[in-house]
Each structure stands twice: as structure tokens, then as C-alpha cells.
Design a protein around this ligand. Structure first.
Ligand code: ZN
Length: 201
């Protein structure tokens, strides 16, 4: 399986990191080895001193497809959750400055924290979500604010990568990303339903 991620998909987040708003979805990947399941502790990696949380809505691809037409894109996922796209911001900055790929900053072990999946049919549209750090809300998002919506993302990425059942798509983070410290607890909610609980060790 693979994990496809969309960067800068909320204008307010692109702005907070002084990045331009993209005209096309900005796509990167994490390896399957980066997955960390809900309830497992996340260990602060030794190679960064500026680890950032990015809370995102995550789609689970439910059937195989390539060149998926936009009107059928919604039939390619049935389950949704929240995830944390853990990012070594200092390493990512260095990679960006040199024009290098940023996999080491975003694809390391544990960097794809994935919550408990729920049926998309049990969710309102748009989806309102938020992330709490130690009981304080640090990120709030609404999928109505996505620059590229789920169907557009699926259509776009399936031009380049055959989507396979079980693949995950991290759909981008809203504003409010920030650093974390050992001992922090992050809890993510869609509406008032808890789907993510991650302790940083
Ligand atoms: Zn992200």
C-alpha cells in the first residue's frame, strides 16, 4: 500500500508557512513503513529539534482505479478518519532550500499517524474537525475550505499513480500547525467524535 499526501491544501496554512497557494494539488508520498496506528505512542525522532503536528482528514481507498473520472471519484473511498502528518520542519526547510526531495522530513517511521476509520456515510458534509494538544485546541479545519476537494484529489493523483484498495490519502492540513514536545498528548475529533489519540514519548 502507499500513502499519498497533499500539501498546502488550505490557503490559511499555506500562508502561515509563507508558501504560495498551489494551482494544482501538491503531491508527495510516505512509505508504508511510516504508518502508526491509533493508540500507539509516537517517539520523538532524534534527527529533528522542530517536530510539527499537522492534523488532516485521511481517506482510505476502497477499490483499485487509474484515470478516475471526477464524477466517479466519490465511489473510490468509503471510510475516513483523521491523521497526523508528523513533519520534521527543520529538515524540511533544509530540503526545500536546496531544492531536494523532502521524504526524510515527512516519510520517517511513525510519521503517518492514522486514527480509527469511520464510514463516510456517518459523516456530515463538509467535515468539521479539530486537534487538541494537551487539552487546548490548536487546529480547526473544515473541508469546505479545501483548495482541492476529495474528488479532485482522487482524479488528479490517479493520473499518475494507480490507486489500490487500502491506499491512504492525507488531504492536507489547516492553519495552526506547530511544534511539539515529549510528553504531549494530541487528540483529534471530527465533530465531537474522538478518532485520534497520540502521546509523544
Ligand atoms: Zn500535511
Amino acid at each position: 500500500m502507499k500513502i499519498i499526501c497533499i500539501g498546502r491544501n488550505y490557503a490559511d496554512h499555506a500562508k502561515e508557512l509563507s508558501n504560495p497557494v498551489p494551482k494544482q494539488p501538491l503531491v508527495f508520498m510516505k512509505p508504508a513503513s511510516s504508518i502508526l496506528r491509533n493508540g500507539k505512542p509516537f517517539f520523538y525522532p532524534e534527527f529533528t529539534s522542530d517536530l510539527h503536528y499537522e492534523c488532516e482528514v485521511v481517506l482510505k481507498i476502497s477499490k483499485n482505479g487509474k484515470h478516475i473520472a471526477k464524477e466517479f471519484a466519490h465511489t473510490y473511498y468509503e471510510e475516513v478518519t483523521l491523521g497526523i502528518d508528523w513533519t520534521a520542519r527543520d529538515l524540511q526547510q533544509q530540503c526545500k532550500q536546496k531544492g531536494h526531495p523532502w521524504e526524510i522530513a515527512k516519510g520517517f517511521d511513525g510519521s503517518a499517524f492514522v486514527g480509527d476509520f469511520i464510514s463516510k456515510h456517518d459523516l456530515p458534509n463538509p467535515i468539521q474537525f479539530h486537534l487538541d494538544r494537551n487539552g487546548q485546541t490548536v487546529q480547526e479545519g473544515n473541508t469546505a475550505d479545501l483548495l482541492f476537494d476529495f474528488d479532485t484529489i482522487i482524479t488528479h493523483v490517479s493520473k499518475y499513480f494507480r490507486l489500490l484498495m487500502g491506499d491512504l490519502i492525507f488531504t492536507g492540513t489547516p492553519a495552526g500547525v506547530g511544534p511539539t514536545a515529549v510528553g504531549d498528548t494530541f487528540v483529534g475529533y471530527i465533530g465531537d467524535q474522538e478518532l485520534v489519540r497520540c502521546r509523544v514519548k
